[in-house]
Design a protein around this ligand. Structure first.
Ligand code: NDP
Length: 291
């Protein structure tokens, strides 16, 4: 069994970006600028946004963090998005999800200029991705593809089972894995909460992508020998023995599943860092298009 080390792969991507940004500076060109909007003070969202801002610093991007109270009226948030759309210095806009219940996430995502939608959630980008056209690919599935590429995991002709069909992970993941590309060219089965024979399907999988948000859901009896397992799940479970007061759990029961796998991602240190690396890559591309 080998570890799909997301920290290592993400570092390689960030190192490359850092060199490219330094080159832009030498040439007197524009430096990438990511603007992140954080609404409220959800602990997990705070952590994710802080990690994204830190990654910007690491690679030499400019970053702006815009914070709003949880009760901000929807219209104010939309105004801010519009302002960032119109700011020629901003290359990428991300609105950290989830948003408070009174704000319709769809409206906010739709308001972002597709050319600055570095999270890749805008319908224009999703549509382009579906057709295999250049687009911003959602950061988490994009990061997983970069991870498979980095470790040269063979995907062609394999049966991939994606558990979860969300717009930000499961669905785009299934499209990317089935696309005519490398990595890609998988035969894909996409599962959800109404799938009846999930265990049997997983047992047929050469590649499992677990993205359902249920800690340790995928157990050893669901995985065939030699499978590649990508664990997207991140759930915070209370743990009073830790300083933070919680521990992170993936959707895969790592200790029992890992011995059966050819490759497996850890949690933390697998998909998480790759999501951020993919976001950095998207922001760089957005800036380069302007340059
Ligand atoms: P969602 O809650 O939006 O989607 C979960 C999906 O899993 C749904 O499609 C749901 O089915 C399906 N599902 C739920 N229970 C079952 C079940 N028992 N059997 C089969 N399918 C099931 O979650 P996200 O896609 O946003 O996130 C999934 C996980 O990934 C979460 O833990 C999240 O924190 C994590 N995540 C991690 C990221 C990273 O960078 N590592 C980035 C983004 C997310 P249905 O559609 O029928 O309800």
């Amino acid at each position: 069994m080998e570890i799909l080390d997301g920290k290592k792969a993400a570092q390689a991507i960030k190192d490359e970006l850092k060199m490219e940004v330094a080159q832009l500076a030498v040439e007197g060109k524009k430096i990438p600028h990511l603007a992140a909007i954080l609404v409220g003070n959800n602990g997990a969202s705070e952590t994710y946004v802080a990690a994204k801002v830190k990654a910007c610093d690491e690679v030499g991007f400019k970053s702006t963090l815009v914070r709003f109270e949880a009760d901000i009226p929807s219209v104010k948030l939309l105004e801010k998005v519009q302002e960032l759309n119109n700011d020629p210095d901003v290359d990428g806009i991300l609105v950290q999800l989830p948003l408070p219940k009174h704000i319709r996430e769809r409206d906010v995502i739709d308001a972002i200029d597709p050319d600055k939608d570095v999270d890749g959630f805008h319908p224009v980008n999703i549509g382009k991705m579906l057709q295999g056209l250049p687009s911003f690919v959602p950061a988490t599935p994009h990061g997983i593809m970069l991870l498979l590429e980095h470790f040269k995991v063979e995907t062609k002709g394999k049966h991939a089972v994606v558990v979860g069909r969300s717009n930000i992970v499961g669905r785009p993941m299934s499209i990317l894995l089935s696309s005519n590309s490398n990595p890609g060219n998988c035969t894909v089965t996409i599962c959800h909460s109404h799938t009846q024979n999930l265990k049997e399907l997983c047992l047929q999988a050469d590649i499992i992508v677990a993205a359902l948000g249920k800690p340790e859901f995928v157990t050893a009896d669901m995985v065939k020998e030699g499978a590649v397992v990508v664990d997207v799940g991140i759930t915070r479970l209370e743990d009073s023995t830790r300083k933070s007061g919680f521990k992170l759990k993936g959707d895969v029961q790592f200790d029992t599943v890992a011995p059966k796998c050819s490759w497996i991602t850890p949690v933390p240190g697998g998909v998480g860092p790759m999501t951020i690396a993919a976001l950095m890559k998207n922001t760089f591309v957005s800036c380069k298009m302007k340059n």
